[in-house]
Design a protein around this ligand. Structure first.
Ligand SMILES: Cc1cc2nc3c(=O)[nH]c(=O)nc-3n(C[C@H](O)[C@H](O)[C@H](O)COP(=O)(O)OP(=O)(O)OC[C@H]3O[C@@H](n4cnc5c(N)ncnc54)[C@H](O)[C@@H]3O)c2cc1C
Length: 460
């Protein structure tokens, strides 16, 4: 008789957990996966996917404006939030169903309920009971949080609730400067909501290239978003007409909805990690080695709960690498270098590799190639919108170590740039590539002049 109920028990059926469970089950292992909410996790249910639908919905306002410049009459265009929500939810339900079927087809058992560890091999799953497993994978993701130390913080929603607002507000305040805050600012603004983004730092999108950060801020403001920097909430109050945000700089602003987008934290509450002896790092994330193994010999963790790079494709690759290593006897560690990412701001960002500041820190001398231009589509419309393309090149090796694009289709463009950069492309090889015309991306292979910031003279 088998010593344990399962060879592998996965906690959390999101991007990383589902991939790991499917691959492990396909190897012939007996696998179960617990999910306390809906199968698919953050990405499918309350993250990337519904967010991108909302971005699409909100972009039409801008498309209609552009269309006019091309001779179209698009009068009386109206948006119906409940219709959109119903269609979005239908699609999310369809996708979640596909995830469930994929797990079943692979032979993995699904346990609906919150799982917690009782020791390193025993789990208790709400409404299911106690189960044992030889190996355990923690893939419980992350969670949005509210700054509860601010009086009235509970009056604000997070991104989780933003997908289900019963009514589209007329005015929204979004607190935060990360990509989720910026994306939702674009969404609500595009849908006609008076949008104010408030961030305590000197510029939004910390960690991105500084030129990208200031360029996107300018473009967001051109589209009508009010960006308030250098202050944060002191308190929040309910009024007869809405929600009053009071800021540390003494200003006040009333809105119908306040959304906290102040970051996400690894979701470890109630997991019983201490009972199994699983260690966390200083950031409260599960501590793992390059094979995603925790300090406990039979327990691994992948995805946002480990707080490495918190993106869906990364969680999927970490989950796959875990299964390869443990169930196919092919030790595989996912390489976290040169992971491209997109911000679906309006205009969007595509970015891979190092920012100029990080590259200067790492390599000392870098060459910068930078171009700002009006996207061709807008030359007809009088729009002042500008695109930004920037390459960061290590002086010594001449390798392209950073590529950053702000403008139409930049998330699509950056995927291709990432392949070349992952292969270690040099600027000369980049330049030897013939342009595709007429496109925005062609500028990437035609930038020959090194960029010298105004007033700096000739610098390397
Ligand atoms: C608004 C938003 C937009 C995003 N946009 C993008 C994007 O455009 N591109 C991108 O790459 N990434 C995006 N992300 C990030 C992406 O969603 C995550 O990186 C990804 O989902 C992480 O996968 P995961 O498997 O680690 O965790 P998750 O997908 O969060 O899955 C964890 C699952 O575990 C379940 N769970 C937790 N604890 C337990 C328990 N004790 N028992 C049972 N089940 C449990 C949860 O219910 C959840 O379903 C976005 C995130 C948010 C919030």
């Amino acid at each position: 008789m088998a010593k344990y109920d399962y060879d592998l028990f996965v906690i959390g059926a999101g991007s990383g957990g589902v991939r790991a469970a499917r691959l492990a089950a396909m190897s012939g292992a007996k696998v179960a996966i617990a999910e306390e909410d809906r199968v698919g996790g953050t990405c499918v249910i309350r993250g990337c996917v519904p967010k991108k639908f909302m971005v699409y919905a909100s972009e039409f306002a801008h498309h209609f404006k552009t269309a006019k410049g091309y001779g179209w009459t698009v009068d009386n265009a109206r948006f119906d939030w409940p219709t959109f929500l119903a269609e979005k939810d239908k699609e999310i339900a369809r996708l979640s169903g596909i995830y469930v079927r994929n797990l079943q087809n692979a032979g993995a058992e699904l346990a609906h309920g919150k799982a917690k560890l009782l020791d390193a091999h025993t789990l208790e799953i709400d409404k299911v009971g106690t189960k044992t497993a030889d190996k355990i994978l923690i893939s419980t993701g992350g969670q949005a949080w509210r700054p509860t130390e601010i009086p009235g913080a509970e009056l604000g929603i997070t991104s989780k609730e933003a997908f289900h607002l019963t009514e589209l507000p007329k005015r929204i305040v979004i607190a935060g400067g990360g990509y989720i805050a910026v994306e939702f600012a674009g969404i609500f603004n595009g849908l006609g909501v008076e949008t104010t983004l408030v961030y305590r730092g000197p510029n939004i999108l910390r960690g991105f290239d500084d030129d990208v950060r200031s360029h996107v801020t300018e473009e967001m403001e051109k589209r009508g978003i009010k960006v308030v920097l250098g202050t944060q909430h002191a308190s929040v109050e309910k009024t007869a007409t809405g929600i009053l945000s009071k800021f540390t700089n003494g200003h006040e602003h009333e809105s119908d909805v306040l959304m906290w987008a102040v970051g996400r934290r690894p979701y470890v509450e109630g997991l019983g990690l201490e009972k199994a002896g699983v260690e966390l790092n200083e950031a409260g994330a599960v501590k793992v080695d390059e094979f995603s193994k925790t300090n406990v010999d039979n327990i691994w963790a992948v995805g946002d709960v480990t707080d490495r790079i918190n993106l869906t494709p990364v969680a999927i690759r970490e989950g796959a690498a875990f299964a390869e290593t443990v169930f196919y006897d092919r030790p595989t560690s996912f390489d976290h270098e040169m992971v491209a990412s997109a911000v679906f701001s309006q205009p969007p960002i595509g970015s891979v590799g190092l920012s100029e500041a990080d590259a200067r820190h790492k390599y000392g001398k870098v060459d910068i190639y930078l171009s700002r231009q009006r996207p061709m589509k807008y030359t007809f419309t009088g729009s002042e919108e500008r695109a930004l393309l920037k390459l960061v090149v290590d002086c010594e090796s001449q390798k392209v170590v950073g590529c950053h694009v702000v403008g139409p289709d930049s998330p699509e463009i950056i995927q291709m740039a990432a392949i070349a950069m992952k292969m270690g492309v040099t600027k000369a090889q980049w330049d030897a590539t013939c342009a595709v015309h007429p496109t925005l991306a062609e500028e990437l292979v035609t930038m020959r002049e090194k960029y010298v910031p105004m007033g700096l003279g000739q610098v390397a």
